[in-house]
Write a protein that binds this ligand. Structure first.
Ligand code: KG4
Ligand code: ZN
Length: 338
């Protein structure tokens, strides 16, 4: 089955053709990060305007790279949420339009579930469940028990900033470009982690929940003093130490919560997904913390927003449920995964 995937939930416009849920024939991603640089984060209206211009050429390129014609596509899968409403609408309406014009079924896909599927798509079969799932992205921080593909229990989430958002905000404080995660990782490599005394937030009501806004504010105070107004002049070494300390504390918090979750159930494997799961220090820390569990990270092309994960999951959903989506299914800025 050839599935055309479409992803436009944030600032990327992406298309991909995936054969039988796993074999990626093309994977095209156009980002508008350049226009958001000066804002230190995504400017929603500008993102969706750029997506309107990009969607058609991206999908044309996706088909031509896969060397397929529209009539050879069996299913169109599209991210229908969660995400920015203007951005989601571009991909969703385009997918519905293609479905009508080509007379092909379409299916709406949960973007966050697709981030989790990204690691499953490349893991050896059969997948081992129950598994611990971790989505670490710019918009989401989710800890899940995965009972089977499509069957999740959410056990933790952030009560304020998503982890990637915290990386991006700290990067802005350190005058690094957007998106900041990869720049923090690079800077942290040159620093010492335990130099600054930082702490991640604890959430009393649910110890498996996350809070990164206090950690981010501690970085602000380290740079601008307790009143956040001083113009301290941090040396390059201080900046590297601060990036390393922030990164280490954020990831230690993830490891602690994963350990806590694994006290509640016996997992056979761990699946991670989302842009932050690209980080090599995170990979190292997970492997050290859980040496006896298979840990699956998506490959680089599947970590940040892409349409291959949408097409792959679209295939699985169609095989499982055998029902395409109706045309009156709307985009949703929030959709629970479980
Ligand atoms: O999954 P994604 O593309 O977006 C959402 O669906 O939200 O993730 C983007 C996020 C950004 O916040 C970016 O800074 C972060 O992933 N990121 C990283 C790294 N690469 C991307 N964070 C830390 N280390 C990295 N190497
Ligand atoms: Zn995403």
């Amino acid at each position: 089955m050839y599935v055309l995937g479409i992803e436009s939930s944030c600032d990327e416009t992406a298309g991909s053709v995936v054969k039988d849920g796993r074999e990626i024939l093309s994977n095209v991603v156009a980002s508008s990060a350049d226009i958001h640089l000066r804002y230190g984060g995504v400017f929603p209206e500008l993102a969706s305007r750029r997506q309107l211009e990009l969607i058609e050429p991206v999908i044309e390129e996706t088909l031509s790279k896969a060397n397929l014609l529209p009539e050879q596509i069996d299913l169109i899968a599209v991210a229908m949420g969660p995400g920015l409403i203007g951005s989601l609408l571009v991909g969703l309406q385009f997918a519905k339009g293609l479905s009508l014009a080509w007379n092909k079924p379409w299916i709406g896909i949960n973007h966050v579930e697709a981030h989790l599927y990204a690691a499953m798509m490349e893991a050896p079969l059969p997948l081992q469940f129950p598994a611990l799932g971790f989505v670490l992205s710019g918009g989401h921080t989710l800890l899940l028990k995965i009972n089977a593909l499509g069957c999740y229990e959410q056990i933790g989430t952030t009560v304020d900033d998503a982890i990637g958002e915290a990386f991006d905000k700290v990067a802005t404080l350190l005058n690094l470009p957007y998106p900041g995660g990869p720049h923090i990782e690079a800077l942290a490599k040159r620093g010492k982690a335990a130099t600054f005394n930082l702490a991640a937030g604890k959430v009393k009501k649910n110890p498996l929940n996350f809070s990164f806004s206090g950690l981010k504010t501690s970085v602000l105070y380290a740079i601008k003093g307790q009143n956040a107004k001083e113009e301290k002049c941090l040396s390059e070494t201080d900046k590297a130490n601060l990036a390393a300390s922030f990164q280490e504390i954020a990831f230690q918090d993830c490891i602690e919560k994963a350990k806590l979750a694994l006290k509640e159930f016996d997992a056979s494997s761990i699946f991670l997904g989302g842009g932050v799961s690209n980080n090599n220090r995170l990979k190292e820390m997970f492997k050290e913390a859980f040496p006896s569990l298979p840990i699956h990270f998506p490959s680089f092309q599947l970590t940040t927003d892409n349409a291959a994960m949408i097409a792959g999951l679209g295939y699985e959903k169609m095989i499982m449920n055998k029902s395409p989506s109706p045309y009156d299914l709307e985009a949703m800025t929030r959709i629970p995964i479980a």
